[in-house]
Design a protein around this ligand. Structure first.
Ligand SMILES: [Zn+2]
Length: 373
């Protein structure tokens, strides 16, 4: 692992393989398991950086695809780097841009050498290669960056899945060979959908490249939760124990719990902020639909077990009023709360792992959600 990155395991739960650790990066130490709020365009929508700090966020994610299109990686570099640009001095991870190319229906050509895609903003044709993905992410300047990978649909024919695994391995090598900055940790991404043989093939191709971190890609893309958990059951043991493991784009609180139980260390998902903008809150007693008429005269906070700025300040009745009238503070306040809920979940998981009671925590979490309103 390149200096100054170091992954320190503090505790491993013997019954499950759940891990608590410290990931040292140039912009600070990340306690794992960690949930990264998603700042798609260099902003966690509706949330100030100091609020992210206050609720316990330690590392955040930004999307290379969106930032490369607008404002462009050179503009970001000219304004300092991503840390200065978005006023977040903690660790940042950027993805490679590949996921958006494959998922936004912008793909025009895919060969072993490159992908050509159409900008969803102005329709122009753009090229992404492994080398270009490294160059953009070096200019953005995040602490952790990702290899360009091919993300086929989960139900693609097996030949296509095999080709994607092999191309992902070849691209990972090119990314590693062209990546220059030793103050960035480059993560490899294991693909292979829900197929055990393909996950093995992918991990075997990537392990010799000795990446400082490994991600599991290609999940939470339409397969069932049970298929995702089963895939993690056989994929996580293929990854080196002494490197952080990142489950990309996952997920619901229960998926984070199940991922942690299977030895995952890092997560990211747009769900807490997206659901917040759609007036749905995560709470210790289950999900709450904020527009519901039953909240109209409710003076109670959204979640009695939450000490976030939203729950300390506002009643359910007021939050409902904000959504019913379309006030922007509604989505902002609920985003802070939902992110605080996720941060509390991973913080409680870290404590539970260190005190050897992660299975008990899992059972108590499920019971609490079932009791919900
Ligand atoms: Zn709250």
């Amino acid at each position: 692992m390149p200096h100054p990155f170091r992954f320190e395991l503090l505790a491993v739960d013997e019954r499950t393989g759940a891990r608590a650790g410290l990931f040292h990066t140039p912009h600070g130490i990340v306690e794992t398991p960690c949930f990264m709020p998603v700042g798609t365009r260099g902003t966690v929508k509706g949330v100030w950086p100091h609020q992210l700090r206050e609720i316990g966020a330690q590392m955040i994610l930004a999307n290379t695809y969106h930032l490369a299109l607008r404002p462009g990686e050179e503009v970001v570099a000219g304004l300092g780097d991503l840390h200065e640009f978005m006023h977040w001095d903690g660790p940042i991870l950027t993805d490679s841009g590949g996921f958006q190319v494959f998922s936004l229906n912008t793909l025009r050509e895919l060969t072993d050498d490159h992908v050509v895609f159409r900008s969803h903003i102005d329709g122009s044709l753009l090229e992404l290669t492994p080398e270009r993905a490294m160059q953009i992410q070096e200019q953005l300047g995040a602490d952790c960056i990702m290899c360009l990978d091919e993300c086929p649909p989960h139900d693609a024919p097996r030949e296509q899945l095999i080709a994607a695994v092999d191309r992902t391995t070849a691209w990972a090598r090119r990314c590693r060979d062209s990546h220059q900055r030793d103050d960035q940790a480059l993560f490899g991404i294991v693909q292979g959908a829900t197929d055990r043989e393909l996950r093995e093939r992918s991990a075997e191709g990537l392990r010799p490249l000795d990446f400082p971190g490994y991600a599991v890609g290609g999940l939470s893309v339409g397969e069932s939760p049970e298929e995702m958990y089963a895939t993690l059951d056989f994929t996580v043991p293929l990854l080196p124990e002494d490197r952080p493991r990142y489950l990309m784009g996952v997920g619901r609180p229960i998926d984070i719990l199940e991922g942690v139980l299977r030895g995952i260390d890092l997560f990211d998902c747009v769900m807490p902020t997206r659901n917040a903008r759609n007036a749905t809150a995560f709470t210790s007693r289950g999900p709450v639909k904020m527009r519901n008429l039953k909240h109209q005269n409710d003076v109670e906070p959204l979640d009695p077990d939450c000490d976030c700025p939203t729950c300390r300040s506002f009643s359910r009745g007021y939050l409902r009023h904000l959504f019913v009238t379309g006030e922007m503070l509604g989505g902002m306040a609920l985003s802070v709360h939902n992110l605080a809920y996720y941060q509390r979940l991973v913080r409680d998981l870290r404590t539970a792992i260190k005190s050897n009671r992660v299975l008990e925590f899992h059972a108590a979490h499920l019971a609490g959600q079932a009791d919900g309103p």
